[in-house]
Design a protein around this ligand. Sequence first.
Ligand SMILES: [Zn+2]
Length: 107
Amino acid sequence: MTITQHQSETGDQSETLLARCQKCRAELARVDYDATPHGVEGHDPVRFGSADDRVPQFATIAGSQEFARLRNSDEGRTCKECGHVNPVFPTGPWGWKRQVDQTRVVN
Ligand SMILES: [Zn+2]
């Protein structure tokens, strides 16, 4: 795993999560999203929730949850280049789903 982080100094904050095949390095799954924070021009209140949410989802966590769902699907695990079926990414220790679910409950 590699994490490369670039904080935008101007404009919207874009984030991407992607996974590569363990066997051939081809791209397996990718989720791009806007992570411009609540209260900053360019924030999209409905990307991960509703416009009237009192507690906005934290885009990085909600994006990670969305990515994990795709990455761990049969489609997201099976390489389109070489056919290798990659192992499931362990999401439990990260707590992304729990935080997204709890934020939905609060709202
Ligand atoms: Zn592959």
